[in-house]
Design a protein around this ligand. Structure first.
Ligand code: CMP
Length: 136
């Protein structure tokens, strides 16, 4: 059964010219792009997106970073899309957790600048897709 997940190519990924690389990996896996948008995230959207981290010490820096420049929001669709993309992305810490062969494992060094976001569950995906693509 098909499901959807929200992928963000964060401002570091756009700045470094890695949007095409991320999209190529999504497509090669067999997942489809259902919607895509290059935009600067509004602070209110970023706050809601990362609400579960609001008590973490890195929350302020995370909001500053995610709103610091253009990002690419993508609705990705396919069988087990949530898990499939999280495997493509690799673990949150690009050195300790993400293995080579994953997006973060191949291209990132710091947890804050880990290039991509992928929803962590189908429930999160539904919430996040409503937030980023209300008309989808
Ligand atoms: P993401 O998958 O978008 O979800 C939460 C984000 O918070 C995560 O990727 C990282 O970019 C960031 N993050 C998580 N842990 C830390 C940390 N210890 N220091 C800085 N940023 C973090």
């Amino acid at each position: 059964m098909s499901e959807r997940t929200l992928v963000l190519v964060k401002p570091d990924g756009v700045e470094r010219g890695l949007v095409g690389e991320v999209i190529a990996r999504i497509e090669r896996k067999g997942l489809r792009l259902a919607a895509m948008d290059l935009r600067i995230a509004e602070r209110s959207v970023a706050e809601e997106h990362y609400a579960e981290h609001k008590d973490k010490p890195f929350y302020g820096d995370l909001l500053d970073f995610i709103t610091s420049g253009p990002l690419v929001a993508i609705a990705v669709e396919g069988p087990r899309a949530v898990t499939a993309f999280r495997q493509l992305a690799g673990g949150t810490d690009p050195v300790e957790k993400a293995t080579p062969g994953t997006i973060r494992g191949d291209f990132a060094l710091e947890t804050q600048y880990n290039l991509v976001h992928g929803s962590d569950s189908p429930e999160s995906a539904e919430r996040e897709l409503k937030l980023w693509f209300p008309d989808l």
